[in-house]
Design a protein around this ligand. Structure first.
Ligand SMILES: Cc1ncc(C[n+]2csc(CCOP(=O)(O)OP(=O)(O)O)c2C)c(N)n1
Ligand code: SF4
Length: 245
C-alpha cells in the first residue's frame, strides 16, 4: 500500500503537551516538514522560547539551544556567527518576542542577522495564565484585563512585524494564520521561504503566525479558530509585510 502520510523525520515520536486546538502543534509540524523537505535536519539548530513551547526540544529532532525569556534572537545571533554553515531558527510566542525580547529582535533584524524567526501570535501570555500581551487586541478579555483591553489605559496592540519590516536588515516578513486549512498551507510556504532566505544569505526573515489559544481565550477549538479569522485578522491582517529577498 502507498504511504501518503507520516510523521516528519524532524519530529520526535512524542505526544505534544499542547492543549487541544492550540496552534503550536500545527506550527511545529509545519516547521519539521520544511526542515525535512529542505534536507537540513543535520545542520539545523532551534532556539525555543520561555512560553508554552519551552519544551520544543522534546519534539524537534534537531539540535536545540534554550534561551532565556526574550533572548532567542541574541542566542541565535551568537550561534549563527560562530557556526555559519548551520541553519538557525528561533521559535517564540508574542510575550517572548514582542514584550521581553522586543529590543533583541529589532536589533537582530536591523543588523540583518541571517536567522529565521517563527513568531507565534496568540494575543496572550499562554503559559503563565493568559495575561495581556503586547498583541492583545482592544476589548479582548484577559486575566489582567477582565473588562477587556482598553487602549487609553493599557495601550494599543503592538505590530512587531510591521516594525521589523521597517528595519533595513530584514529581507522577508510575512504574517499568516493556522486557523483554517488554506492558512496552514500558506503558513508552510512562508516558513519554507523564511528558511530559504537564510540558506541564500539574504538577511533576517520572520513569519508571524496567528495561532489559537482556546484555553486562555476560554473558547472551544472551533470558536477559537473562528475568532482568529473574524476578529484577530482585523488588527493583524494576513499579508506579506516585506519581501526584498
Ligand atoms: C525574564 C522572565 N520573565 C517572565 C518569565 C515568566 N514567563 C514564562 S513564559 C511567559 C509567557 C509566555 O507567553 P508567550 O511568549 O506569549 O508564549 P505562549 O505561552 O503564549 O506560547 C512568562 C511571562 C520568565 N520565564 N522569564
Ligand atoms: S495555554 Fe494556549 S498557547 Fe499554551 S498550549 Fe494551551 S492553547 Fe496552546
Amino acid at each position: 500500500m502507498k504511504k501518503i502520510f507520516s510523521r516528519p523525520d524532524s519530529l520526535k515520536d512524542n505526544p505534544f503537551h499542547y492543549c487541544p486546538g492550540c496552534g503550536h502543534s500545527v506550527i511545529h509540524r509545519l516547521v519539521a516538514e520544511v526542515i525535512d523537505e529542505l534536507g537540513i535536519k543535520d545542520k539545523t539548530i532551534g532556539v525555543p522560547p520561555a512560553g508554552c513551547a519551552v519544551l520544543a526540544y522534546n519534539y524537534f529532532d534537531v539540535d536545540m539551544c534554550e534561551a532565556p525569556h526574550g533572548r532567542a534572537a541574541a542566542v541565535a545571533t551568537g550561534l549563527k556567527r560562530i557556526l555559519k554553515d548551520r541553519v538557525i531558527f528561533t521559535y517564540q510566542g508574542d510575550g517572548d518576542i514582542a514584550a521581553i525580547g522586543t529590543a533583541e529582535t529589532i536589533h537582530a533584524a536591523n543588523r540583518g542577522e541571517r536567522i529565521t524567526a517563527i513568531f507565534v501570535n496568540n494575543a496572550v501570555y499562554g503559559m503563565t495564565g493568559g495575561q495581556m500581551a503586547p498583541t492583545t487586541i482592544p476589548g479582548q478579555v484577559t486575566t489582567t484585563t477582565p473588562g477587556g483591553r482598553l487602549p487609553v489605559r493599557d495601550g494599543y496592540p503592538l505590530d512587531l512585524s510591521g516594525m521589523l519590516g521597517l528595519a533595513a536588515g530584514s529581507a522577508y516578513i510575512e504574517r499568516t494564520t493556522v486557523s483554517n486549512p488554506k492558512g496552514i498551507i500558506k503558513t508552510k510556504k512562508a516558513i519554507r521561504k523564511a528558511f530559504e532566505v537564510q540558506l541564500e544569505d539574504k538577511g533576517f526573515a520572520l513569519v508571524e503566525v496567528l495561532s489559537p489559544c482556546p484555553t486562555n481565550w476560554k473558547m472551544s477549538p472551533t470558536e477559537a479558530a473562528r475568532w482568529v479569522d473574524e476578529t484577530m485578522t482585523k488588527i493583524f491582517p494576513i499579508k506579506v509585510i516585506k519581501d526584498v529577498a
